[in-house]
Design a protein around this ligand. Sequence first.
Ligand code: NAD
Ligand code: 89V
Length: 343
Amino acid sequence: MAVLKGALIGCGFFAVNQMHGWRDAEGARIVAICDRDPARLRAVGAEFGITRRYTSAEDLFADGGFDFVDIATTVRSHRPLVEMAARNGIPTICQKPIAPTMEDAKAMVAACAAAGVPLMVHENFRWQSPIRAAKAVTDSGAIGEVFWGRVSFRSAYDVYSGQPYLATGKRFIIEDLGIHALDIARCLFGDATSVTARTRRVNPNIVGEDVATMMLDHRGGITSIVDCSYATRLPVEPFPETLLEVDGSKGTLRLSQGYRLSVHSREGTEVTDVEPRLLPWASPPWHNIQESVSLIQQHWIDCLRSGREPDTSGRDNLKTFALVEASYRSAAKGRTVSVEEFL
Ligand code: NAD
Ligand code: 89V
């Protein structure tokens, strides 16, 4: 089968992982890159041997010659770039968060649907292998009917040095990190109908909230807690591990720090090491996230080839983004917010 040709827009901090992922991917390769910053464009072009380089996305699309585009820019540019891709009939991957507002997110999904082009949001945390291992257990019925869960990410890792914009936005942890945890909650426990959230800022040197706690009511009756913090100093820094607690009618599952998956049922307790592979280009502690980049990219290739909708399609991701919006509204108003208010 012919190798799919891709173009990548945005050669910043995280895009380097995506470029590594594409280099290893089976069935796709990047043929052109774009960044409005010539220095970043040059650096990524040189590292990955890409000679077709553009400082303007308009010029990139005008020249064409690729089957899909991977948008790895920050959130403000997502809508114009996705709409540009739709106008050009190019299947599109867009980094999370899909957009700054629900109105923008819906417009992007509608533009791609109207143009008949697939849109996938690069929502990679549900593709982390420890999360997938946990999902395989809950899906197997080993712990019975799930009635309660917790998705937790608590750290004091300095994310601001690699991503300085995280310190300056009015919104921070729910929009940037909580969005991943909320998506994992949807993936494990089903769609949510309402959210009750509390936020606070502990670090005085940033603008947005760095601590958030959300309680979700899921459609099937499960209650979950999604909690995240970048102000939590622990004896051993767990970044970037997402920890899980799931209680079912026949047992329990715990994904604990150090990638230990423990499943307790009537048959006994089984503890498995589910640490992700250290890919040749990966660097701990980021290897967990880095592996998930490769996995979601392979999923995109498979979906594009088979005409299947990706798990985290634009359409699906509206439900995750609605949880972000509902969480901010709940925290601001001090009341439970229905997710329907945003969909
Ligand atoms: P960054 O600021 O380091 O890089 C963004 C790059 O995009 C910059 O080089 C900038 O010049 C370029 N750019 C912006 N607008 C452009 C435009 N219109 N045309 C061409 N180039 C443009 O940001 P980052 O930290 O790499 O984050 C990028 C995205 O990735 C964000 O949406 C962020 O939330 C997301 N991210 C995701 C993960 C994950 O695990 N999924 C991890 C980190 C960051
Ligand atoms: O995954 C992310 O979106 C990153 C980080 C893990 C630092 O929050 O921004």
